[in-house]
Structures are given as structure tokens and as C-alpha cells.
Design a protein around this ligand. Structure first.
Ligand SMILES: Nc1ncnc2c1ncn2[C@@H]1O[C@H](COP(=O)(O)OP(=O)(O)O)[C@@H](O)[C@H]1O
Ligand code: SF4
Ligand SMILES: [Mg+2]
Length: 329
């Protein structure tokens, strides 16, 4: 594990077993996350983004899902090999996750204060009073008004944006090294979305938390991320710093995603969407998984699977347009 990496994912493979058929939802994914860095994992719905994060957290629903290969290094330990009790201790404490729909993660029967202090007391041997003070501090930190009063309120009394802030406060309150945010702003309107992203950036700067932001929306990425990983049908197809991804995307899929970002400045409607759909993992037996939707498809794209290769510095692409054909070698 390189010195500045906090999390290193090597060859991660996670499958779902349906009627004895293996559906590889995440297929040999490699990436690392550096201290204090914000990376994005992007791709359309069904590309394996959530399964990647659930695999890191040890939360893949089993059955039918199972991590079948790879390593996830955190603090020099492979999280895929640690005991469930150790993993419970790491989860929420050192690696925290925010899910897309805050209502499903907040218990409607308990007050906000109850839930945040509970989240603290699982991991910290503090008094209730200390935990309560910390909870209020974090509710304030995420910009919630009337933090003290909010402690006694129930989730349904809050707006969607407020609930998502509570979720972020809850995820951050133990000051984790890594925060995985799975589509944290998808359910929110654009203004609140921007506020939540700005808040995540502030927390990253203040606490040096490393963040994996998962989204299907490239517009969100440009606001706060430094590096972007593009996933398609369970595989990484491109990886680069955010400027390179937006200015010099090389994979036809990334180009399509960028073309489909609505241009907010010109107030234009969404102009373009990539034709076709993400294939069901495992349905494509050989060749490039994007071939059916790719305007540059060549014969060999249907025969062999392209490798993810570095084309310049840290810019990696999985596409035959960027690989010498074997005949030429
Ligand atoms: N609970 C599940 N049962 C069966 N298959 C699943 C389940 N969750 C995910 N999958 C499979 O994994 C693929 C990737 O899903 P997911 O990671 O949720 O995509 P994303 O988050 O990128 O939208 C899906 O297309 C589906 O085939
Ligand atoms: S490998 Fe071929 S089909 Fe796949 S993205 Fe590149 S050109 Fe398109
Ligand atoms: Mg998802």
C-alpha cells in the first residue's frame, strides 16, 4: 500500500448468484484513495457503483451477493479478511457511508438526537452528555439551524435536505478517515444539492476526510472532485483527474456521459443521451461491454476485452482506440 493511500482496492470482484448463474456486478475493479482526496465514481444506473461501495463496507446482501475476489486494504489490513465484529467497529467509525435515500437510513421512531448520540456511543466510550454535545456540534457544522431543538425532533418533521444533512452529520460525527457517499444529493433539488456538496468539501478540508462520491451525474463531480473513475457494466473504463475527464475524455462512454450533462449556463435542455442501455452484467460473454452502444466499434472490439491502460501519466483508458492492435506489434 503506497504511503499516502488510505484505501486501496485491488481486483475487486463481486457477483450475484441467480438460479446458479453468476452475475458479476463488479468485475476486477482497482483504485486507490489518497489521504484527504475526493474521488468520484460515475456511470449510469446499474454499472456497479453501489455494489463497489457495499463490497468495501462488507455490506453486500448475502445471498444472493458475494465478494468473490480481490483485496480492500485499509490501515494495512484487508477488509475482506477481517472478522465481522472488527468490521462493525470500522464501519461508521473509520469508514462511514451515506446512502441515497436518507429516510431509509433514519429510524422514524427515534429522535434525531437519539440516533446521532447512539451512533457516537457505539464507537466512543463517552458519557451521554459528551455525546449529546458532540451531536449538537456536528448538526451545527453541517449548517442546520436550531441544532439544540432539532435533537428532540423526529425525521418526518424535517425536509429532505435537512434529513440528508443529518445523515452527513451522523456519518461525520466519529470523524472517519473515509466517507463513502452514494448518490447523496440525487433526491434533492439543485440548490440544496450544491449546498450539500459544498458542505462535503468543507468537511473534507476541515477534517482531511477522504471521500468517495458516487454519482450518475457528472455535473455533481465537477463541483468538488479531484479525480474521476468512470465505471461501465462492472468495469472501470476510464480514470483521470477531473480536468482531463472534462476536457480530454478518451473513452467513447465518458464522451457520451459528458455530452449528456445539461449545460446549466446556457439554460439548455439535456441535448443528448447515449443510445441503448447498460447491459446486465454477465450477459456479454466476450469483447468490450460498450460495443453495442459505441459509434467507433471495430471487429476486434467484439472479440477481445480491452485492458485498462495508462495513456498519459495517471490517465487510464480501457478502449481499443487507444491500444496498438496485436497485428501491428
Ligand atoms: N440485491 C441484488 N440482487 C441481484 N443483483 C443485484 C443486486 N444489487 C445489484 N445487483 C446487480 O448489480 C448490478 C450493479 O448494481 P449497482 O451497483 O446497484 O449499480 P449502480 O449503483 O451503479 O446503479 C445491477 O445491474 C444488478 O445486476
Ligand atoms: S473498445 Fe471498441 S467498442 Fe469498446 S469503447 Fe473502444 S472502440 Fe468502442
Ligand atoms: Mg447505486
Amino acid at each position: 500500500m503506497s504511503e499516502s493511500s488510505v484505501l486501496q482496492v485491488n481486483g475487486l470482484k463481486t457477483s450475484f448468484f441467480m438460479d446458479k448463474t453468476e452475475v458479476p456486478a463488479v468485475d476486477h475493479v482497482d483504485f486507490d484513495l489518497k489521504q484527504g482526496e475526493i474521488i468520484a465514481i460515475v456511470g449510469e444506473s446499474g454499472c456497479g457503483k453501489s455494489v463497489t461501495s457495499l463490497s468495501i463496507m462488507g455490506l453486500v446482501p448475502h445471498p444472493p451477493g458475494k465478494v468473490v475476489g480481490g483485496e480492500v486494504f485499509f490501515n494495512d489490513e484487508d477488509l475482506l479478511k477481517v472478522s465481522e465484529s472488527k468490521m462493525r467497529d470500522i464501519r461508521g467509525n473509520e469508514i462511514a457511508m451515506i446512502f441515497q435515500e436518507p429516510m431509509t437510513s433514519l429510524n422514524p421512531l427515534f429522535t434525531i438526537g437519539n440516533q446521532i448520540t447512539e451512533a457516537i456511543l457505539i464507537h466512543r466510550k463517552w458519557s451521554k452528555k459528551q455525546a449529546k454535545a458532540k451531536a449538537i456540534e456536528y448538526l451545527k457544522l453541517v449548517g442546520l439551524p436550531r441544532a439544540e431543538a432539532l435533537m428532540n425532533e423526529y425525521p418526518h418533521q424535517l425536509s429532505g435536505g435537512m434529513r440528508q444533512r443529518v445523515m452527513i452529520a451522523m456519518a461525520m460525527v466519529c470523524e472517519p478517515k473515509v466517507l463513502i457517499a452514494d448518490e447523496p444529493t440525487t433526491a434533492l433539488d439543485v440548490t440544496i444539492q450544491s449546498q450539500i456538496l459544498a458542505l462535503m468539501k468543507r468537511l473534507n478540508q476541515k477534517l482531511n476526510t477522504s471521500i468517495i462520491l458516487i454519482t450518475h451525474d457528472l455535473g455533481v463531480v465537477s463541483e468538488i472532485c479531484e479525480r474521476v473513475i468512470v465505471m461501465y457494466a462492472g468495469k472501470i473504463v476510464e480514470e483521470a483527474d477531473v480536468k482531463t475527464i472534462f476536457e480530454h475524455p478518451e473513452h467513447p462512454y465518458t464522451k457520451g456521459l459528458i455530452q449528456s450533462v445539461p449545460d446549466i449556463r446556457n439554460k439548455k435542455e439535456r441535448l443528448y443521451s447515449i443510445p441503448g442501455n447498460v447491459p446486465i452484467p454477465g450477459s456479454i460473454k466476450k469483447g468490450c461491454r460498450f460495443a453495442d452502444r459505441c459509434e467507433f466499434v471495430m471487429d476486434r472490439c467484439r472479440e477481445k476485452t480491452p485492458e485498462l491502460i495508462s495513456i498519459e501519466g495517471d490517465h487510464k483508458v480501457r478502449c481499443f482506440l487507444h491500444q496498438e492492435s496485436e497485428e501491428q506489434n
